[in-house]
Design a protein around this ligand. Structure first.
Ligand SMILES: [Mn+2]
Length: 429
């Protein structure tokens, strides 16, 4: 059965309820999860239902909470596939709209719709927001405008515009609600600000970029689009040389960008939602998706704050050599939510992390949170961080897993040394 058909059953379940009924929506705490929950909420509101959204990291405690509420229907979106069994306790009908790998046993009160069960690759071709969009279209054909938020989810989960995601993009472009533009990544910014604030790509040593710009006879306060063609070339070739010196091999100054009629740059919205999720302000992200102007301003400040934190940590990382094991590099971070991002950025942009080995970030609190990142080349050579983290964590009584290129684990505080040694052995395989 195709995804589009499967969601029709979910839509029928909704339509079996009287209008104005309150439906509980639970989404996952990341950009895709927030976009997904918002898509479901908007579609339900348009169909005449009320909703109540919660954005969560895990499900079990939540089920305790929900059990005591009066809900006629609960919709999990972008979260839940690992907790199907627990949902039996909900005593209500439950719809799960998912793309993560999940359980096989589905309780009788649960309608489980996962892109993976409908011929789609849930890590590339459909995310939570894609499945939510399919559901929204099943509720009402006219919900094509929600393709904008679906694409935000696709961007947030770093998926491809392939499979069902490609169809969503075509829907949006065809309907005139999404526009494709190819533009320079620095558009709209003053040069100084563009270079110092840039995270992808990240430039080392640009705490103050004025000397660099002046050495190119460029005025720091000029806007990128004010440059003459000759000036633009001068800037971009100097920056290309700089990145090559940093050891970066994929350098792109122009990027295909998608603009949504109601939301503007969809990459920017995904970045804002991500910041909201990371800074525990998922509610602001939801309001942003629902079109609240104040939420837009607030999410802008959260985005700035989040990016500031990342840059601050990166400037620190630049100053010292990472610890080195035979098969990976590692460093310590104070802020657990930043561990994965920093490991990825360090791997791509910091010269001292360019040793052809995966990068691991450890964050030590009551327990140790670990994030690991590899690059495509390492994965092609056989590195599988998800497997490695899973196996090591299992040995040490912790939990771990993820994808070949990005994975995480959580272990007990006293097992740090053991973890490092075991991971080294595991990655040697
Ligand atoms: Mn997702």
């Amino acid at each position: 059965m195709k995804l589009e058909e499967a969601v029709r059953y979910a839509a029928d379940l909704v339509f079996s309820l009287p209008k104005k009924e309150k439906i509980r929506i639970i989404g996952h705490v990341d950009a895709d999860g927030i976009a997904s929950a918002a898509i479901v909420a908007i579609a339900l509101a348009r169909a005449g239902y009320r909703f109540h959204i919660s954005i969560k990291k895990t499900v079990p405690n939540l089920i305790e909470e929900i059990k005591n509420e009066e809900n006629s229907l609960i919709i999990f979106v972008d979260i839940g596939s690992s907790y199907l069994k627990e949902m039996e306790e909900c005593e209500n009908n439950v719809i799960v709209l998912e793309h993560h790998i999940g359980g096989k046993e589905v309780p009788s009160n649960v309608m489980y719709i996962n892109a993976r069960l409908h011929g789609l690759d849930g890590s590339k071709e459909a995310c939570g927001a894609s499945v939510a969009y399919a559901f929204a279209r099943a509720l009402d054909e006219n919900n094509v405008d929600l393709s904008q938020l679906a694409i935000v989810g696709v961007i947030g989960d770093k998926q491809h515009f392939a499979g069902y995601n490609k169809k969503i993009l075509e829907d949006g472009i065809g309907e005139g609600v999404i526009e494709e533009r190819e533009e320079y990544i620095f558009v709209g910014k003053h040069l100084k600000e563009a270079l110092e604030n840039s995270i992808e790509p990240y430039f080392t040593g640009f705490v103050n970029s004025t000397p660099f710009l002046e050495s190119l006879s460029l005025k720091p306060e000029m806007k990128f689009e004010e440059l003459s063609e000759e000036e633009r070339k001068r800037l971009l070739s100097a920056l290309t040389i700089k990145l090559i010196e940093q050891g970066v091999d994929d350098i792109q100054w122009k990027k295909l960008t998608y603009y949504g009629k109601s939301y503007g740059n969809l990459y920017d919205i995904a970045s804002k939602l991500n910041a909201c999720a990371r800074l525990n302000e998922a509610g602001v992200g939801i309001s942003l998706c629902l079109g609240d102007k104040k939420a837009y301003e607030k999410s802008f400040l959260l985005q700035e704050k989040y990016r500031d934190e990342i840059r601050k940590e990166m400037r620190e990382l630049e100053k010292r050599e990472p610890h080195e094991m035979k098969n990976f590099l590692y460093f310590y971070v104070d802020k657990p939510p930043l561990a994965g991002v920093l490991a990825g950025l360090a791997l791509h942009y910091l010269p001292m992390f360019k040793k052809g080995k995966p990068v691991v970030a450890l964050s030590i609190n009551d327990s140790i949170d670990i994030s690991a990142r590899a690059d495509e080349k390492m994965v092609l050579e056989g590195i599988n961080l998800g497997e490695a983290m899973k196996n090591v964590a299992l040995k040490l009584d912790g939990i771990g897993g993820g994808h070949p290129i990005a994975a995480g684990a959580k272990i007990k505080k006293e097992k740090e040394k053991e973890f490092l040694d075991e991971l080294d052995k595991e990655l040697a395989k």
